[in-house]
Design a protein around this ligand. Structure first.
Ligand SMILES: Nc1ncnc2c1ncn2[C@@H]1O[C@H](COP(=O)(O)OP(=O)(O)O)[C@@H](O)[C@H]1O
Ligand SMILES: [Mg+2]
Length: 360
């Protein structure tokens, strides 16, 4: 378990800068998820920490020690790749112990560690099999086993669950979370899936275009997104956003002109007039006869436990509403929507937060 500190980290491939100055401190023992859209630089950042990619600029400390000139094998880190990267001609046991054997680690301890990892990952029965005789989930567990036996201070995971089917992903999510608790290690986990980040991490770093958008706890980011980007990235289905005009309503209140002509009064906005982007999550809209917004249901996705209503209110995109699983609204129905003022977000013309919901 070690602290990881990145200071002014930059990375260029030729002329193109893909990591544009990252400052971040990850406390020892935390489970830190890096999320962001494809191409935002997540893998590059992880590979720089692992030592698989040079750092163009900046400093990287692991456990208080500068790592820039330290070889990958000496950094106390172990990485798990999305592609598993197993040797097809080796058995599970040989794959798991490969790194230790290459480093001439004592044989008894190598075997001991292999058995322990196998027990933890339920691979005991499979140690003599080849990767081709394993399911996707079992292969991924072998890749994790190979990291565990190295007893690293820091685990690095790059989208380890992306190749698994949905049910297995949920199972492996819980398994990796359990491992984190058991191993007491620092874990850095890259994913483009915000649900994975929300369910597993205690700290989330949202990246966009090689820069940090926001760092926070899962619920911190959900309730108080600093930017429109974070607001729309965290939460599924995503937050509804549309543009509104604001006017000062006095006493610290602001009146937002909503699509369709009605308005809602909100407190606590640091912007009082002009254009803003209004944000409301699908679960904070109630279907009523006569609400703040009026529209027509164009699609009803019935999921059993809930129904996702897509309501056309005259904007380019319909509004998403999370309604009761048993709602009797059907396609074509006229729908009124009531907004919970406590849950309304506002973003200024620079897309930064000027007001967040106060549901927490
Ligand atoms: N070896 C490389 N040479 C040139 N460009 C690269 C290389 N590796 C990654 N990139 C570019 O860096 C950017 C970030 O890539 P990556 O870190 O893989 O993103 P992510 O993992 O978030 O999807 C992308 O624009 C990608 O094309
Ligand atoms: Mg990647």
């Amino acid at each position: 378990m070690a602290k990881v500190k990145l200071s002014g980290i930059r990375k260029s491939f030729g002329q193109s800068e893909v990591i544009k100055g990252i400052d971040l401190e990850i406390p020892a023992g935390s489970f830190c998820a890096f999320v962001g859209p494809s191409g935002c630089g997540k893998s590059t950042l992880l590979r720089m920490i692992a030592g698989l990619e040079d750092i163009t600029h900046g400093s990287l400390e692991i456990g208080g020690q500068e790592m820039i000139d330290v070889a990958p094998a000496k950094r106390g880190v172990a990485m798990v790749f999305q592609s598993y990267a197993l040797y097809p001609h080796m058995t599970v046991a040989e794959n798991v112990t490969f790194g230790l054997r290459m480093a001439n680690h004592p044989k008894r301890d190598t075997e001991q560690r292999c058995l322990e990892a196998a027990r933890m990952l339920k691979l005991e029965e499979l140690l003599d099999r080849k990767p081709s005789q394993l399911s996707g989930g079992q292969r991924q567990r072998v890749a994790i086993g190979r990291a565990i036996v190295r007893n690293p201070d820091v685990f690095l995971f790059d989208e380890p669950l992306s190749n698994l089917d949905a049910a297995l992903r949920v199972e492996m999510r819980a398994e990796i979370t359990r491992l984190h608790a058991k191993l007491d290690a620092t874990m850095l986990y890259v994913t483009h899936d915000q649900v994975e980040a929300m369910t597993m991490a205690d700290m989330i770093v949202v990246l966009d275009k090689g820069m940090i958008e926001q760092v926070g706890s899962p619920l911190g980011l959900y309730h108080e997104p600093n930017t429109l980007f974070v607001a729309r990235f965290i939460g599924s289905p995503r937050m509804n956003t549309f543009s509104v005009n604001l006017c000062d309503a006095g006493d610290g209140n602001v009146s937002c002109m909503l699509p369709g002509g009605s308005s809602i009064q909100l407190d606590g906005s640091s912007l009082r007039t002009g254009k803003a982007t209004f944000g409301i999550r699908p679960e904070h809209l109630d279907v009523v006869a006569d609400g703040h917004l009026q529209g027509k249901a164009v699609l009803c996705e019935r999921l059993g436990s809930e129904t996702m209503l897509h309501v056309d209110i005259g904007l380019a995109d319909p509004i998403t509403v999370k309604a009761d699983g048993l709602t009797n609204v059907t396609e074509g129905d006229a729908v009124g929507l009531k907004l919970n003022p406590k849950a309304c977000h506002l973003f200024g013309p620079d897309d930064r937060r000027v007001r967040s919901g106060s549901l927490q």
